[in-house]
Ligand binder design. Structure first.
Ligand code: GRF
Length: 203
């Protein structure tokens, strides 16, 4: 299955998916890695793995619509069956999300629907939560609002900071994102009627 991965930064989730491609546990070919920021570490990771890279720099565009249109052209050159947002830090337009409906996954560092948006670890600590986590979900027009495919939980300890909590969450990210990609590639996971389905069961 052909996959395009979108990134904005360090690309540790990208790395987990590259590792799965390379060790044969993921039945995918990463056709390209596209970043909205030049010179990020994730682009180096892709180059090291001999994966095609491209930069579509959002700063070169006057509107979200024109950026998304250029990004869509770049993605569609590679004819992916799945688009994976891996730390891709841009808000997407409804036309863009509609174009990839049911074919685009995102990872968000909270137990959605809690803590959509930014600074999720600090917000969970500030709220006094004892459990935090991460969600892989299908992308819809609603920011961090599409149906969840898988979640993992972590315990918040009394001495956790946003950084220590982020590190614990990332360990889980690198487990559940490749798993969700595997399920999708195997035809076990899909979205229908704004609902995620695994093996024919509504999640
Ligand atoms: C992850 O924490 C992810 O949940 C969030 O952005 C971060 C990306 O990290 N959306 P990386 O670039 O995959 O290392």
């Amino acid at each position: 299955m052909r996959v395009v991965v979108l990134i904005s930064g360090s690309g540790t989730n990208l790395q987990a998916i590259i590792d799965g491609q390379q060790d044969g546990s993921l039945p995918i070919k990463i056709a390209a890695v596209i970043s909205n920021k030049p010179d990020v570490k994730g682009l180096q990771r892709a180059e090291t793995a001999n994966i095609a890279t491209a930069v579509v720099d959002h700063k070169q565009f006057e509107s979200r619509e024109s950026f998304d249109a250029a990004l869509q052209l770049e993605i569609d050159k590679h004819q992916p069956q799945l688009v994976v947002l891996a730390g891709f830090m841009r808000i997407l337009t409804p036309a863009f999300t509609a174009h990839y409906a049911g074919k685009m996954l995102n990872i968000h560092p909270s137990l959605l629907p809690k803590y959509q948006g930014l600074h999720t670890h600090q917000r969970a600590i500030d709220a006094g939560d004892s459990i935090h986590g991460v969600t892989v979900h299908f992308v819809t027009a609603e920011l961090d609002g599409g149906p969840a495919a898988i979640q993992a939980q972590v315990k918040i300890d009394s001495n956790d900071t946003a950084d220590t909590l982020a590190a614990k969450v990332q360990v889980q990210e690198h487990i559940i994102y490749p798993l969700a990609v595997k399920w999708f590639a195997e035809g076990r996971l899909h979205m229908q009627a704004n609902q995620a389905w695994l093996d024919g069961k509504a999640l």
